[in-house]
Design a protein around this ligand. Structure first.
Ligand code: SF4
Length: 370
């Protein structure tokens, strides 16, 4: 166990971070250049198969560094095929004060297979400080940010399962769909713009031609509406942005999303327009969760259409997924359809998002470590 704690994880280091870490440990830039693709592009090949790396260097790597994946504590499968994994992390970042007092903690990550794509939903924090009232994660206090290695570990974890389904202990989980991961969404536990340092490293790796080489159009970062300098930094990556709006007026939004007291709707919409200009993306996605008696009237829909009328956007209407102890109920199907029709009739591109994995608490807003 001690061995696992003191070795530094290389899973989430960008090429330049890897080089720095190697130089600090008496290895060379060339070593880093050779090792990087074995980790990222070739999906975590063990040190001993890195054939272009000198044997002596491989020995040092195995001694000082780790390519271990987190332990999977639980793996569940929904009736619709969505999978949710609970991963246990040990904080092994040597720059962290908690190294001496290493502790275990967990997050949930979700794999959503569909006919023409496979999406991984990653978490970026253990718990969340934003306290959105409708969100199960919001009831779990923020413990800490995940490191970039812990974020990338979620991608590697699902990649490994897809490639080698039979290696899973839980044989009841069926991975009949062996197509690779096509999309990554930062929509799990936590707020990406409050852990930007590590989220940006993960984005560099996901987008990097010599790493995972995802198209920027296949990656979505979701925010509850944080308008900080990192939103501008994020636009440099050109990835898709999803903003959780969930109300068409500030009074309602503040009631269900305390962050609205800090960044109100006007502020968010101005930031969204700026993101569009700077990121060269086609549209912003606004997430809108329909809560019965809270934000689902025709008037709400009309007001929303008025707000969004001049922004290139798409509205995702989300049917509320309940969780134990929550005080909200979802709008009826009829109300959801009417809301959608009202937006469409005002020229707003609108989708009713299909809920996935709600029976295993894997759907939007349902993640939480018990
Ligand atoms: S919706 Fe997102 S930001 Fe809000 S509490 Fe849940 S995880 Fe946090």
């Amino acid at each position: 166990m001690e061995d696992r704690i003191i070795r530094c994880s290389l899973l989430g280091l960008t090429a330049s971070q890897l080089q720095t870490r190697f130089l600090e440990n008496g290895l060379s830039s060339l070593d880093a250049k050779r090792v990087f693709p074995w980790i990222q592009a070739k999906s975590l090949q063990p040190f001993n198969v890195m054939t272009d790396v000198p044997r002596k260097v491989r020995g040092i790597l195995a001694e000082k560094f780790s390519l271990d994946l987190p332990k999977c504590i639980a793996l569940q499968q929904s009736v619709d095929g969505t999978k949710k994994a609970l991963l246990e992390y040990i904080n092994n970042d040597p720059s962290s004060d908690s190294l001496q007092n290493s502790y275990c903690n967990g997050i949930e990550t979700v794999f959503i297979p569909e006919e023409n794509r496979n999406t991984v939903c990653v978490s970026v924090q253990i718990g969340c400080a934003m306290g959105c009232k409708f969100c199960h994660t919001g009831t779990q206090p923020l413990v800490r940010n995940l490191t970039s290695s812990e974020i990338m570990a979620q991608i590697f974890f699902w990649k490994k399962i897809i490639e080698m389904p039979t290696s899973q202990e839980n044989q009841a989980i069926i991975f009949s769909n062996h197509k690779p991961i096509t999309n990554v969404v930062f929509m799990g536990m936590g707020e990406p713009l409050l852990n930007y340092e590590h989220v940006s490293c993960a984005l560099q790796l996901l987008l990097g031609a010599k790493a995972h080489n995802f198209s920027r159009h296949k990656i979505t970062v979701s925010t509850c509406g944080i308008v900080n300098e990192h939103l501008d930094n994020l636009s440099q990556f050109g990835v898709k942005l999803a903003i959780s709006l969930h109300a068409a007026d500030d009074i309602t939004r503040s009631r269900i999303m305390p962050i609205n007291h800090r960044y109100n709707i006007d502020c968010i919409l101005a930031a969204a327009k700026q993101y569009l200009e700077r990121s060269n993306t086609d549209y912003i996605t606004f997430e809108y969760l329909l809560l019965s008696g809270i934000n689902d009237t025709e008037n709400d829909a009309l007001q929303l259409a008025k707000l969004l009328g001049r922004i290139h956007c798409r509205v995702n209407l989300i049917v509320f997924n309940s969780w134990p102890g929550c005080n909200f109920s979802g709008s009826s199907r009829e109300t959801v359809n009417h809301f959608s029709r009202t937006l469409l009739s005002r020229g707003i591109r609108t989708l009713i998002r299909k809920s996935r994995g709600s029976d295993i608490l894997a759907a939007c807003g349902q993640l939480r470590i018990q």
